[in-house]
Design a protein around this ligand. Structure first.
Ligand SMILES: *Cc1c(COP(=O)(O)O)cnc(C)c1O
Length: 218
């Protein structure tokens, strides 16, 4: 993305990211070039998801064929939604599963399927946060979600770089007004990743009613 910005934005854009004029030329970036870069990032992320999932499920004693069946569903042409951060309860990591029937239909839609990638850690003393991770694991093992919902382990800053640059949509649904910033969403946006967020944290300031998908595609 840096190379792309170097090519199309004004010199020293990195020192002037707060100036509106720095971004004047952003729409000169051809869609195809932006998409190719994003697509490469996505392929790299999915390779990491694949390996991480294989390692985890093997350790859990799952049969090899079943593991392969799950990871073979990963597809860079499927809309990929990411959620990765501390599993503090206010961040509501499991909110998207509130209506299981609906999310089952969404991820398995034959024309426009969706895959979800989760990662994160909970504080050792945060039992409720740890329980969220357990819930996501259990949901991801339900037959209708196998190969659709992935939970990565060993979350750290290195993995987060893959996630915030490789997913298509960054999901942010904390309980208002608990989120101080939601830094991962800021990182996703400079990587050209769309934010799907409630109006909390940085997004209250970042969202100006114009920077929405339906406006960009007009
Ligand atoms: C950016 C980042 C966070 C913070 O993300 P929030 O959206 O503010 O919760 C947490 N962990 C890692 C590894 C990060 O890179």
């Amino acid at each position: 993305m840096k190379e792309l910005f170097n090519k199309y934005l004004m010199p020293y854009w990195q020192d002037n990211i707060y100036l509106e004029k720095t971004w004047d030329k952003i729409s000169n970036i051809p869609n195809e070039e932006l998409w190719n870069i994003h697509y490469n990032r996505k392929v790299k992320l999915l390779a990491l998801v694949r390996q991480n999932t294989i390692n985890r499920l093997r350790r859990n004693g799952m049969r090899y064929e079943e593991i392969m069946d799950i990871v073979s569903k990963l597809d860079p042409n499927i809309l990929t939604i990411g959620f990765a951060r501390r599993f503090a309860t206010y961040k509501r990591g499991t909110l998207i599963f509130r209506d299981l029937e609906r999310i089952t239909e969404i991820v398995n839609n034959s024309k426009t399927p969706v895959q979800l990638v989760f990662a994160g850690k909970a504080h050792p003393k945060d039992i409720e946060g740890q329980d969220l991770i357990k819930q996501i694991h259990e949901i991801s093992m339900k037959p209708q979600f196998k190969g659709k919902i992935f939970l990565l382990e060993d979350y750290d800053i290195g993995m987060s770089r893959y996630l915030i640059s490789g997913v298509d949509v960054w999901l942010n649904n904390p309980r208002r007004p608990m989120e101080a910033s939601g830094t991962s969403g800021e990182k996703a946006s400079v990587n050209g990743v769309l934010n799907f967020s409630i109006l909390d944290g940085w997004w209250v300031e970042g969202y100006n009613k114009e920077n929405r998908l339906d406006n960009r595609t007009k």
